[in-house]
Design a protein around this ligand. Structure first.
Ligand code: RTP
Ligand code: MG
Length: 140
């Protein structure tokens, strides 16, 4: 299997409820390793750019407002098939559709306040990692 890296974000609904450690444990217990992590507040411009693929969607303004409503934890996870593995651990976007035992099934508040982000392809992972981290901050 290919060792990959993926960009994960613990979203404001989860940092507000003090769930950072519980969510990180899910990733580590599944065999993913942290190679970088920092707690930051996104600016409006950063959130708009990060989710620019959704800029024409009706929920874009609300999504940006949510993502800047509190601190987030941006992190890089490494492991076998890390992109797909991370998305399995997160569960479906809407917690109502998320498989039992996934982060979103257990912790998400709504389709928007769904606790975590994960890159959706290896190509986007590379772009998203470079958006938040310098190469020297990735410590495998
Ligand atoms: P993410 O990018 O955050 O990892 O989530 P995802 O791939 O599972 O879902 P995506 O379609 O990329 O949507 C990005 C985020 O936008 C919010 N959203 N709100 N109100 C709505 O109908 C709606 N749909 C999506 C969620 O926060 C979702 O994670
Ligand atoms: Mg997405």
């Amino acid at each position: 299997m290919a060792t990959e890296r993926t960009l994960s974000i613990i979203k404001p609904d989860a940092t507000r409820r003090n769930l950072t450690g519980k969510i990180n444990a899910r990733f580590e217990e599944a065999g993913l390793r942290f190679v970088a992590q920092k707690r930051i507040r996104l600016t409006k411009e950063q959130a708009e750019q990060f989710y620019s693929v959704h800029s024409e969607r009706s929920f874009f303004g609300e999504l940006v407002a949510f993502m800047i409503s509190g601190p987030v934890v941006v992190q890089v996870l490494e492991g076998d098939n890390a992109v797909a593995r991370n998305r399995e651990i997160m569960g479906a976007t809407n917690p109502a559709n998320a498989a039992p035992g996934t982060i979103r099934a257990d912790f998400a508040e709504s389709v928007e306040a769904n606790s975590v982000h994960g890159s959706d392809s290896a190509e986007n992972a590379a772009i998203e990692i470079a958006y938040f981290f310098a190469g020297t901050e990735l410590v495998g």
